[in-house]
Design a protein around this ligand. Sequence first.
Ligand code: ATP
Length: 339
Amino acid sequence: MTTEAVISVRDLWKVFGHKAEQVPRSAELSALSRRELMDRTGCTAAVRDVSFDVAPGEVFVVMGLSGSGKSTLVRCLTRLIEPTSGQVVFEGEDILGADKKRLRELRRHKFSMVFQNFGLLPYRQVLDNVSYGLEIRGAGRAERNRRAMEVISLVGLDGYERSYPDQLSGGMQQRVGLARALAGDPDVLYFDEPFSALDPLIRRDMQNEVIRLHREVGKTMVFITHDLSEALKLGDRILIMRDGRQVQCGTGAELVGAPADDYVRDFVSDVPKANVLTLRWIMRDRRDGDTLDGPELSPDVVVRDAVRPVLAAGKPVKVVENGTLVGVVTTEEILGVTA
Ligand SMILES: Nc1ncnc2c1ncn2[C@@H]1O[C@H](COP(=O)(O)OP(=O)(O)OP(=O)(O)O)[C@@H](O)[C@H]1O
């Protein structure tokens, strides 16, 4: 996976404090809990030995409670924060070795960030906020206005290009933030809790907006949230962090179906399983006596969508992948998840 990953993170540490560099190097110090490390050295280990890959076009969510290290981790990926040790390989290039000039190029052309507080310039109209990055790159006015209008339209803000940020609602301001991030056609979009400050209904709209945009533009996205339902809704895969460490990285179904430990189990305990698990997770082996002349479904069908066909069949439903029978599902397995 490493060669084709867009982002490949290995053994990444970020320690704040005077003796920061010593911590990852010392087996003794790196094994301490955050609290113990703070007491012994005065250092905070915000990110501890994290490794993962992000695939092209993936929506990769980093989730954890406040203080778990999400923001620090994602800021290390663009070097807004300097990692203490480890590797961050972006499209095959170790960006921890990039000099200032290269870093500036990467930030202008390859990544964009969307922040919780929108980060808009208050004295610039929407059009000029969106085209700001293009202006810095040196694009001419006609070219940057053309591109800005294109992305303003993409995020549903047609007609607002001459408005100022304070004339717009929070949701609309965040759409401007999204348009600005898309304007430079980056390879990766980083979202740092972009919707946390929005009302629940607007927040839901914006989540749907991200899903729609992802479908339309297919960009790789790294999305931070502390909200599990947001993570499950948006993420192809989710990395769960706790006290700076990664606890589990997997699809929503993997987190719910096979939690790595009690912490994750507890975290996902309220998730409606039928909405997340697929038939792969609940199917059983075929048994002698199963009548297999009924309908068939793919193992990737979500249980919720299989309830009707399975109950209607009144006999075992075949679960078939690439022409091969991989299991069967009956009312019993369905009820085991939905009841
Ligand atoms: N500049 C800093 N100096 C010292 N400690 C820091 C610094 N930035 C973050 N920390 C500490 O690192 C830990 C992780 O913080 P971080 O902001 O990454 O967590 P988070 O999961 O993003 O939390 P939140 O959702 O509240 O932003 C926290 O204990 C925090 O206090």
